[in-house]
Design a protein around this ligand. Structure first.
Ligand code: UGA
Length: 433
């Protein structure tokens, strides 16, 4: 099939590349000239395991192109996938201006029947809005569809090529037929539904996963008080298939470009319909507060943080990505700097992105984990990179000036800490020092 994918962010780029891997002809479109130039040189603007190799092979076989020319891409394609960003407005509402602009430009460029499928996460009713915009620009027939994307950063290629399910929301039979055919090689679990339900499935899924994380984080906080171990509790809960074991890892709360934005947007969507989504509001509050447990534990260990040196390992919102959007590290480091601490920070690949957004004030960015930890009064682990897991706690002890370790992601076990003098705080586990 001939596809145009509008937007080369995580969702657009990974989907476009994976559809070309399935043998389709794909034109990826972005209005940013520099990004398109980079992609045309075979370079990838995001860090995503496996993506660079797939781009190279599909480009060389002529199935994958990158362009800024949206009208031409639309004219050459049968299916147009909208995958532009829907960032949060200050109110928490999703900003639909990129979607609306894409819809207008698609409408203007139409030269025959097209299927227009949205993969961006959009509030319920947006695809109908897209339909109205396109219809106002063209007399050619078309059908719209909502095909939400469920990929995770860091495993995006795997998630796209081997999804748990594909949801196709449409009111048109042609769109349903072609989009089912397009996705058929990926999974047998293809669910066909109406547009509004498909839009809601995406928000409800992210909100539910966010709720699981806030739930286990609160259980962890209670475990700390009653002397239970949240990793054991989560394991014991997870064997019940009605609960499931995933997304029950206690830590410093969720970040990233999806959960924070989508939970706020769903609260807004409900609010506009006069529905107070109390549960989800609590999920968001719990998440915001959870990250400050790192500061509370530091203060319990060191007292006043003014003039103290605090090492931070991990700036990305999760491992295997250089994405720092809504990473807990921002608020934690900001709180440390405000308390007068000197921060030494290190991340295997996200340092440049973090530095660009946070700046230099109060933070020294280090070239490796050891440099950050040397002579610090405490070390906080904020992202569970494998590189950190592979460092022996005894090495950490030898690098620190005073042996305080705040492990925000529970990367070490009791056994690994047994022969150390580290004063170790983890999340929801009995003190192991
Ligand atoms: C999330 C969803 O998992 C995807 O299904 C969805 O497609 C995507 O949002 C999206 O809407 O585009 P992503 O944000 O890439 O994907 O990352 P996750 O792996 O879900 O992690 C999100 C955050 O939750 C991270 O900060 C992670 O550290 C945290 N987390 C995750 C926990 O604290 N505990 C867990 O058990 C799992």
């Amino acid at each position: 099939m001939k596809l145009a994918v509008i937007g080369t962010g995580y969702v657009g780029l990974v989907s476009g590349v994976c559809f070309s891997e399935l043998g389709n002809d794909v034109i990826c479109v972005d209005h940013l000239k520099e990004k398109v130039a980079l992609l045309n040189k075979g370079e990838v603007p995001i860090y995503e395991p496996g993506l660079k190799e797939l781009i190279a092979s599909n480009k060389s076989e002529g199935r994958l192109q990158f362009t800024t020319d949206l009208p031409e891409a639309v004219r050459q394609s049968d299916i147009i996938i909208i995958a532009v960003g829907t960032p949060s407005l200050p109110s928490g509402k999703a900003n639909l201006s990129y979607i609306e602009q894409a819809a207008r430009e698609i409408g203007l460029a139409m030269n025959g029947f097209k299927i227009i499928a949205t993969k961006s996460t959009v509030p319920v009713g947006t695809n109908e809005h897209i339909q109205t915009i396109i219809a106002s620009q063209t007399a050619f027939p078309f059908e719209v569809a909502s095909v939400p994307e469920f990929l995770r950063e860091g495993t995006a290629v795997q998630d796209t090529l081997h999804p748990d399910r594909i949801v196709i929301g449409t009111s048109g039979e042609t769109a349903r037929k072609y989009l089912t055919e397009l996705h058929r090689p990926l999974t047998e679990h293809i669910m066909s539904t109406d547009i509004r339900s498909a839009e809601m499935i995406k928000y409800a899924s992210n909100a539910f996963l966010a709720a699981k994380i806030s739930f286990i984080n609160e259980i962890a906080n209670i475990c700390e008080k009653v002397g239970a171990d949240v990793t054991e509790v989560a394991e014991g809960m997870g064997y019940d298939h009605r609960i499931g074991s995933s997304f029950l890892k206690a830590g410093i709360g969720y970040g990233g470009s999806c959960f924070p934005k989508d939970t706020q947007a769903l609260i807004q969507i409900a609010g506009q319909m006069d529905y107070d989504f109390k549960l989800l509001k609590s999920v968001v509050d719990v998440n915001r507060d959870q990250r400050f447990n790192v500061i509370r534990k530091l203060e319990a260990s060191l007292g006043d943080l003014a003039g103290r040196t605090v090492a931070i390992w991990g700036l990305a919102f999760k491992p295997e990505t250089d994405d720092v959007r809504d990473a807990p590290a921002f608020e934690i480091i900001d709180a440390l700097v405000k308390r007068g601490a000197n921060v030494k920070a290190y991340d295997p690949i996200a340092t440049a992105n973090f530095r660009q957004q946070f700046g230099e004030s109060g933070v020294v960015y280090c070239a490796d984990a050891e440099e950050a930890a040397i002579q610090a009064d405490a070390l906080c682990i904020l992202t569970e990179w494998k590189e950190f897991r592979d460092i022996k706690p005894l090495s950490i002890q030898s690098w620190l000036r005073t042996p305080n370790l705040i492990d925000g992601r529970n990367i070490y076990s009791e056994h690994e800490l047994a022969n150390t003098q580290l004063i170790y705080y983890s999340v929801g586990r009995p003190n192991m020092n």
